[in-house]
Design a protein around this ligand. Structure first.
Ligand SMILES: Nc1ncnc2c1ncn2[C@@H]1O[C@H](COP(=O)(O)OP(=O)(O)OP(=O)(O)O)[C@@H](O)[C@H]1O
Ligand SMILES: Nc1ncnc2c1ncn2[C@@H]1O[C@H](COP(=O)(O)OP(=O)(O)OP(=O)(O)O)[C@@H](O)[C@H]1O
Length: 540
């Protein structure tokens, strides 16, 4: 269905190829998962399938890419629309209409499908993705996850023979991610759709993949059965790392496989317990009381009470559209707040100047890169110093402590996502806020970048700040958060220590907890430490 014949691709001016001599033959009805660290070329590989690479990116492509026997070099991407459906990383950028229903119908209109077929497929897709109640909403008023669902739906309605999905679950809550993937798998099984899917949260997708394409970093692709490649892949989800640690053969790819193998491990861990939770939190830095946020008649946050204390990392979780972003913006002061109070060390950040608010509460928004608009990293840092009213060099020094070695003359656009996140965070921290709010910071980060980011967040808390991270990333929460707050329909429905909130939750439990429940283990690192301690005790 898709073939790459000796494909080598260079971006304009690039010395090293983004794709190097790639040869692939993907059959009809295969679901291929594309993995690899940030910047290895996953999006480039995906873009080559419908000819966006090199047609819109420029650069030099040698070799041949074809879909259903048609060479992508000979047809513009529009001509492939009936064959290949593409969902890119940024849903908002891909929308061509204004409302949910129009967007779902657009692709079918372009193909000239009869209106009764269109009606039926729109209805099916609204249900499939759980967005029926949003049908008449303007796209730009949707939450991040709601937008991502519409973007996926708008491609599914056209029933393309090939689906190309670039991080399709990055903004989805865990349950929605499962549902969307189940829908994709159904297309593969029932219609023989061929799927090429890139994802950093491999734990969400691995069990559905027929085949793995792993980009190693030099432009080449390792291609094979998931179980085989996972034996030594540097991009491995927790169940695989747990399997390697415990010596399980065959390696588990799903929680279910791992549970079956876990009996002996449970016994080995019987006399251990996870290392004690983080130290108790310090003084209260922020108090919100009866905070309510509404957009016209829609209540997004309803009478929320919460306290944030120095030294704690709090994960804010909950379904798409449950009010997490709205709450963060209201606490920071620049978002709307219909009623209620926010108190940060005696001041209300909503009632002071923007500069004063920055010194009380820092906020790194969902698309951090939107805040970067200057030509160089140094210019962004200097601007940050001015906006925060601090001495020159403060933001730059913070950046070096968070992510050392980023060249000052680099264009922010040319930084990796992790580096952009670090830059925005450094600029926010320049104002020395005691409370730091981060909206979905781990989107687009590979496992290594996420581990580094976890250390950063822990350090911010250890320095006496309160850190809140709104996130759908259950594995990140397991490793980084002391406390979890769960929102539903604008209200707080759970609030407590991480293990207590997530261990028995079908939606929020990390893989290790699912494998070993009801024992309160959360991460592979905890298990490794416990096994090492037990081994030491045995030899002593
Ligand atoms: N338009 C462009 N011009 C020049 N270089 C580019 C362009 N787009 C991407 N690159 C570079 O090509 C390499 C591959 O990028 P690509 O976006 O395919 O990686 P990726 O694996 O999808 O990364 P991520 O996981 O961060 O999405 C990166 O080093 C990137 O900086
Ligand atoms: N400008 C707006 N106009 C109307 N409704 C809005 C607007 N902004 C957000 N909403 C709605 O308010 C609710 C809460 O949105 P919010 O972005 O706070 O959710 P969220 O929990 O952060 O979601 P996600 O996990 O998808 O990012 C959603 O139902 C959303 O559609």
């Amino acid at each position: 269905m898709i073939s790459f014949e000796q494909v080598t691709f260079h971006y304009p001016g690039a010395e090293r190829p983004a794709l190097a001599d790639v040869g692939l033959h993907i059959g009809e009805g295969e679901l291929c998962l594309v993995t690899g660290a940030t910047g290895v070329g996953k999006s480039t590989l995906l873009g080559a399938v419908n000819g966006l690479v090199p047609r819109f990116t420029g650069g030099r492509l040698r070799g041949r890419v074809s879909v259903a026997g048609q060479d992508t070099a000979h047809y513009p991407p529009q001509e492939f629309a009936h064959l290949v459906g593409v969902v890119g990383q940024d849903p908002l950028a891909g929308f061509v209409t204004d409302t949910v229903e129009d967007e779902l119908a657009y692709g079918m209109e372009q193909l000239g499908l009869p209106s009764d077929v269109m009606r039926k497929r729109v209805e099916e897709t609204l249900d499939l993705l759980g967005i029926a109640e949003l049908r008449r909403r303007a796209l730009r008023t949707l939450s991040g996850g709601q937008q991502q669902r519409v973007a996926i739906g708008s491609v599914l309605t056209a029933h393309p023979r090939v689906l190309v999905l670039d991080e399709p679950t990055s903004a989805l809550d865990p349950t929605a991610a499962e549902e969307v993937l189940a829908a994709v798998v159904r297309l593969v099984h029932d219609l023989g759709t061929t799927v090429l899917l890139a994802e950093h949260r491999v734990e969400r997708v691995l069990q559905y993949a027929d085949r793995l394409l792993h980009l190693v970093g030099d432009g080449t692709v390792r291609d094979g059965p998931p179980a085989e490649l996972m034996a030594d892949s540097d991009v491995a989800p927790p169940v695989v790392r747990l399997g390697r640690l415990a010596g399980w053969r065959p390696l588990p790819l799903s929680v279910r496989d791992a549970r079956r193998a876990a009996g002996p491990l449970r016994k080995r861990l019987a006399r251990s317990a996870p290392a004690a939770a983080a130290p108790t939190a310090g003084k209260t830095l922020l108090t919100g009381a009866r905070v309510t946020v509404a957009y016209g008649g829609t209540i997004a946050v309803r009478e929320v009470d919460l306290e944030l204390r120095a030294g704690e990392v709090v994960a804010l979780m909950g379904r798409n559209g449950s009010g997490k972003s709205s709450l963060l913006w209201a606490l920071q002061g620049s978002g709307p707040r219909r009623s209620g109070t926010v108190d940060v060390l005696g001041s209300d950040p909503g009632k002071v100047s923007a500069r004063a608010a920055r010194a009380l509460v820092g906020l790194v928004p969902q698309t951090a890169s939107d805040l970067l608009y200057l030509e160089t990293v140094d210019a962004e840092c200097a601007q940050g110093d001015t906006e925060s009213g601090t001495a020159a060099g403060v933001s730059r020094a913070l950046l070096d402590s968070i992510a050392p070695g980023i060249p000052g003359d680099r264009h922010p656009r040319d930084l990796s996502e992790g580096q952009q996140l670090a830059l925005v965070l450094a600029v926010q921290l320049g104002a020395a806020p005691g409370t730091v709010l981060l909206d979905e910071p781990t989107r687009g980060l590979d496992y290594r970048a996420k581990a580094r980011f976890t250390e950063i967040v822990r350090r911010l808390a250890a320095e006496g700040r309160a850190v809140v991270v709104a996130t759908h990333d259950v594995e990140f929460v397991a490793g980084a958060a002391d406390r979890v707050i769960v929102m539903a329909e604008g209200e707080i429905v759970a609030d407590g220590p991480t293990a207590e909130v997530v261990v028995s939750s079908p939606a929020f439990a990390p893989q290790v907890a699912k494998v070993l429940a009801p024992d309160p283990w959360l991460t592979v690192e905890q298990i490794a430490a416990a096994l090492a301690a037990a081994a030491e005790e045995a030899t002593a």
